[in-house]
Design a protein around this ligand. Structure first.
Ligand code: 4NP
Length: 157
């Protein structure tokens, strides 16, 4: 089993979107049985909330449903994952700060490190500017590259 955790600040906008799009791509590739995919936020303000309506709307427009609820990432769970995928540099530093045991060593990445050249490094937060469609384009490119990388690293079809 390959375990992937997507992380943003609130777990209502970006990381649920990345989780849902990645799950969709994994399903389409016939690889659902090989993956455990989840998302969480470094902050706890929205724990228990459904995804932001902007995330739900852009997912729906792209034929993807998402029913997850927000949760906060726990330091003790980090060792479970093979890939911990942060949306921006703040998420990376927050995760590193909470990781006192080195659980993240070698498996913490920014999503857009897997996007083609020319993409930005950070997925901007649509909570403040409402640009959910632009975020979807970034997330889609990032998860496509991430899946290609994981397939190569694990010799998946
Ligand atoms: P997300 O967006 O990290 O992409 O889920 C945010 C959602 C809520 C807040 C910040 C970012 N907030 O401060 O409540």
């Amino acid at each position: 089993m390959i375990r992937v955790l997507f992380v943003c600040l609130g777990n209502i906008c970006r990381s649920p979107m990345a989780e849902a799009v990645f799950q969709q791509r994994v399903n389409e590739a016939g690889l659902a049985g090989q993956f455990e995919i989840d998302s969480a936020g470094t902050g706890g303000w929205h724990v228990g909330d459904p995804a932001h309506r902007g995330t739900q709307a852009v997912l729906r427009r792209n034929g993807i449903t998402y029913n997850g609820r927000a949760r906060q990432v726990q330091p003790a769970e980090l060792h479970r994952y093979d890939y911990v995928i942060a949306m921006d540099a703040d998420n990376v530093s927050d995760l590193r700060r909470m990781d006192r045991s080195g659980a993240l060593d070698g498996k913490l990445h920014q999503l857009l490190a897997f996007a083609p050249d020319g993409y930005p490094r950070d997925v901007p937060d649509p909570y403040y500017n409402g640009k959910f469609d632009a975020v979807y384009e970034l997330v889609d490119a990032g998860v496509a590259g991430l899946l290609d990388t994981i397939r190569a690293e694990h010799n998946l079809p």
